[in-house]
Design a protein around this ligand. Structure first.
Ligand code: PBG
Length: 333
C-alpha cells in the first residue's frame, strides 16, 4: 500500500465525527469478555473488605450468591473463585482436596443456584500451605515439582467432581496440565475445561491478592522465582503456552495484564489460541488509588485498560472491575 501524505491524507477527517469514529473502530469490549474474580470464606453473613483493594470483599457463601446473582443479571459469563483458608493450613496442603472443603461447597452452591454461570476454580496449593508456596517443599524450602503434581491432580479432581466448569492451574509446575487432563479423562470428566495459567510471571503486582487470601504472612520474605516466570522473558511464555496446548489445555492465561500486553499479543497472534489475560490485584489497586486521589478518572481509565487488552488480542479478561464494566456496557448499550 502506498502511503500518501498530507494534505491528501488527513487522518483527522475520520476522527471528526462520532459516526466515522464508530465505523473505523477496530476493537470492542463486550460483557462476553469478562470473568469476575471473587474471594470466599467460611461462615454466614460475613463480609470483610480488602484494604488494598477498595470495592473488593471476602464474603461467605450466602453473600457470594448475591454477587453471583448480580453477575448473572449483568450477563457476565463466568466467575473465578479464590478461597480464603483461615484454618487448616499444613505443609502437605491436604485441605486442598477435601471433598467438603470451602471450594467444593461453594462450587456446588453456585452451580445449584446458577447452572448457566461458568465457575472457574484456581488450582494451586498456596491458600492451603503453611508456607504460602503454590507447591510442596523440601527441607530447604524448594518447591518440588513432581510431588506437587500428585497434589494438584487431587485438587483439580475435587473441584471437577463438585461441578467446576473450568479448572485453572495457576501453580506453574511443569507437566500439571497433562497430569490433570489425564486424571479428568480417566474419571470421564471429559467436559471440564482447563484454563492454564501458562504465562504467569513472578510479579510484584500480586501483593494485594496475597493480602486478600491471607497468604502474604505465610509467604513472608519467600518468593516464587523458582517456578513463576522471569518478567524479562517473552520466548519462554510462548514455549509454556505451546507445552500447555500439547498437554490438553483449552484456554491460556497471561498474567499480569497491563505490563504484559506484548505477551498477550504474541500468544494470540503466533499461537492462535483462546487467549486470556488477568488484570491482577496490583493493577486494580493502582487504578483505585489514583482515582481515590482524584488523579485519574476511574471509569474512563479502567474501560480504556480493558479495551487495550482486546486490542492486544485477548479473548477474555479476568478483572476485579468486571461488574462495574458490565454495568457501564449495559448503560451505554
Ligand atoms: C496463586 C495466585 C496468585 C494470584 C492468583 N492466584 C498470587 C500468587 O501467585 O502469589 C494473583 C492474582 C492477583 O494478584 O489478582 N496461585
Amino acid at each position: 500500500m502506498t502511503q500518501s501524505s498530507f494534505p491528501a491524507c488527513r487522518p483527522r477527517r475520520m476522527r471528526r465525527d462520532e459516526f466515522s469514529r464508530r465505523l473505523m473502530r477496530e476493537s470492542r469490549l463486550s460483557t462476553d469478555d469478562l470473568i469476575y474474580p471473587v474471594f470466599v470464606l467460611e461462615g454466614d453473613q460475613r463480609r470483610e473488605v480488602v484494604a488494598s483493594m477498595p470495592g473488593v470483599s471476602r464474603v461467605s457463601i450466602d453473600l457470594l450468591l448475591e454477587l453471583a446473582a448480580e453477575a448473572v443479571e449483568l450477563g457476565v459469563p463466568a466467575l473465578a473463585l479464590f478461597p480464603v483458608i483461615e484454618s487448616g493450613k499444613t505443609d502437605g496442603a491436604e485441605e486442598a482436596w477435601n471433598p467438603d472443603g470451602l471450594v467444593p461447597r461453594t462450587v456446588r452452591a453456585l452451580k445449584a443456584r446458577f447452572p448457566a454461570l461458568g465457575v472457574i476454580t484456581d488450582v494451586a496449593l498456596d491458600p492451603y500451605t503453611s508456607h504460602g508456596q503454590d507447591g510442596l517443599t523440601d527441607a530447604s524450602g524448594y518447591v518440588l515439582n513432581d510431588e506437587t503434581l500428585a497434589a494438584l491432580e487431587k485438587q483439580a479432581l475435587c473441584h471437577a467432581r463438585a461441578g467446576a466448569d473450568v479448572v485453572a492451574p495457576s501453580d506453574m509446575m511443569d507437566g500439571r496440565v497433562g497430569r490433570i487432563r489425564a486424571a479428568l479423562e480417566a474419571e470421564g470428566l471429559i467436559h471440564t475445561r482447563i484454563l492454564a495459567y501458562s504465562a504467569k510471571y513472578a510479579s510484584a503486582f500480586y501483593g494485594p491478592f496475597r493480602d486478600a487470601v491471607g497468604s502474604s504472612g505465610n509467604l513472608g520474605k519467600g518468593n516464587k522465582y523458582s517456578y513463576q516466570m522471569d518478567p524479562a522473558n517473552t520466548d519462554e511464555a510462548l514455549r509454556e503456552v505451546r507445552q500447555d496446548i500439547a498437554e490438553g489445555a483449552d484456554m491460556f492465561m497471561v498474567k499480569p495484564g497491563m505490563p504484559y500486553l506484548d505477551i498477550v499479543r504474541r500468544v494470540k497472534h503466533e499461537l492462535e489460541v483462546p487467549t486470556f489475560v488477568y488484570q491482577v490485584s496490583g493493577e486494580y489497586a493502582m487504578l483505585k488509588a489514583a482515582a481515590a486521589n482524584g488523579w485519574l478518572a476511574e471509569e474512563a481509565v479502567f474501560m480504556e485498560s480493558l479495551l487495550a487488552f482486546k486490542r492486544a488480542g485477548a479473548d477474555g479478561i479476568l478483572t476485579y472491575y468486571a461488574l462495574e464494566a458490565a454495568r457501564l456496557l449495559k448503560r451505554d448499550a
